[in-house]
Design a protein around this ligand. Structure first.
Ligand SMILES: *[C@@H]1O[C@H](CO)[C@@H](O)[C@H](O)[C@H]1NC(C)=O
Ligand SMILES: *[C@@H]1O[C@H](CO)[C@@H](O)[C@H](O)[C@H]1NC(C)=O
Ligand SMILES: CC(=O)N[C@H]1CO[C@H](CO)[C@@H](O)[C@@H]1O
Length: 374
């Protein structure tokens, strides 16, 4: 998304129309040669590209894509081909999202949110030369994030913080507040960034360090309050998003295999630039029931919201959605008015609005407290 902000998005020709039909041995040979199979739309059969091409010709030009190299699950592929995965519909439809009714409890926690931690963390994250998923800076930023999330969780020793390893060096990070029920409520953001090539400076302040510091601040306050939820809360910080939703793809594949009981996934990606002063709640790759619930919560706690569509492979909620989990996505603006700086060296700390970060932290807290009673 955010086409306006990018170098006029060149139409990328699809080089390999039959990509998806390669026999296994040929498929594996391409992977061994360093190519990845990506799709830019439901109709696109897929194209084999190098990592550098992914970033320079696609991410850097705001052409959205999903890296499907490692996706073997036919149901997930069906969703990325634009078809319904009927196996998911019934399970998701069985979840009832209630009325908003826990304001007193949530407001007590919301009052403890502030922007001092977010400013420190966002500065540190954007000071890495970039957080490209295959660079040494990308790995260092993952270590910084892991250690910081551990230290802000420390007041509550029941919180566990772990790294989730992938086939590339940059691990994702998952913090978990165990509930009395295994049912999962997940809030998420990605922390990798790109400046438009693997070696470019990529501060990625709004895109998307801002989403990370939003959920970190909610976690800090819940840890300090020794909050003991009924549902289990997880805070996901994904790596490799810019490379085609890699981190979230691996994690939700493993959650599907383990048959984890996920009641809601709300992804926040970009939460630091908002001329409208309103949270935006996007329509696509989202589940109707959860989306309506998210909008009820925004309305009750923060007033009106804006809406838009994100497009194909726009962010990590698509990984949750395609694996059959109820997903929704919030960010700071509709596409047209969003930050003009993403995917470039200008996506800098100085452009971040911390009142916007705080608004999203309030939403995240309100969502978690309300969703504790789903
Ligand atoms: C990427 O862009 C470069 C320069 O425009 C071009 O030479 C190359 O073929 C492109 N690669 C793909 C896979 O489109
Ligand atoms: C704001 O958050 C910081 C931690 O990031 C905490 O030390 C400080 O006490 C908080 N300030 C207020 C006024 O709550
Ligand atoms: C660098 C990058 O692309 N990150 C993602 C940040 O969030 C937006 C959605 O808000 C995605 O479109 C981007 O891909």
């Amino acid at each position: 998304m955010h086409l306006k902000s990018c170098i006029a998005s060149a139409l990328v020709s699809i080089s390999v129309a039959t990509a998806a039909s390669l026999v296994d041995a040929d498929f594996q040979a391409r992977v061994t040669q360093g190519f990845r199979l990506i799709k830019t739309s439901p109709a696109d059969a897929g194209a084999w590209v190098t990592d550098e091409d992914k970033i320079a010709n696609y991410t850097g030009k705001c052409v959205h894509f999903v890296d499907i190299t490692d996706i073997k699950d036919p149901e997930v592929l069906r969703v990325f081909n634009g078809q319904k995965d009927n196996s998911r519909v019934a399970a998701v439809a069985a979840i009832t999202y209630p009325a908003v009714s826990h304001q007193t409890e949530a407001n007590g926690l919301i009052a403890q949110l502030n922007t001092s931690g977010p400013q420190t963390w966002l500065k540190a994250l954007s000071d890495f030369y970039n957080r490209y998923y295959k660079s040494s800076y990308g790995t260092q930023s993952a270590t910084y994030l892991f250690n910081t999330v551990k230290s802000l969780s420390a007041p509550n020793p029941r919180i566990t913080v772990s790294q989730f390893s992938h086939s590339y060096a940059q691990p994702s990070v998952i913090a978990r507040i165990p509930g009395t029920s295994p049912n999962l409520i997940i809030v998420s953001a990605h922390f990798d960034s790109t400046g438009g090539s693997s070696t470019a400076r990529g501060p990625g302040a709004v895109d998307n360090a801002s989403g990370c510091v939003v959920i970190m601040e909610a976690l800090r306050v819940l840890a300090n309050a020794n909050y003991a939820p009924r549902n289990t809360f997880e805070f996901h910080f994904y790596s490799g998003e810019e490379a085609g939703l890699l981190g979230s793809g691996d994690i939700f594949r493993s959650y599907k295999t383990a048959n984890k009981p996920v009641l809601a996934v709300v992804n926040t990606d970009m939460a630091g630039y908002s001329p409208s002063g309103k949270i935006s709640s996007y329509n696509d790759y989202s589940d109707a029931g959860l989306l309506a619930y998210v909008r009820r919560i925004i309305t009750a706690y923060l007033g009106s919201y804006t809406t838009d569509t994100c497009g194909y492979g726009c962010s990590d909620h698509a990984s949750a959605y395609s694996n059959g989990f109820p997903a929704a996505y919030v960010c700071d603006e509709p596409d047209k008015t969003s930050t003009p700086y993403i995917h470039s060296p200008n996506d800098a700390y100085s452009t971040v609005s911390f009142s916007t970060v705080l608004r999203h932290a309030k939403f995240t807290m309100a969502f978690l407290v309300e969703a504790n009673y789903i």
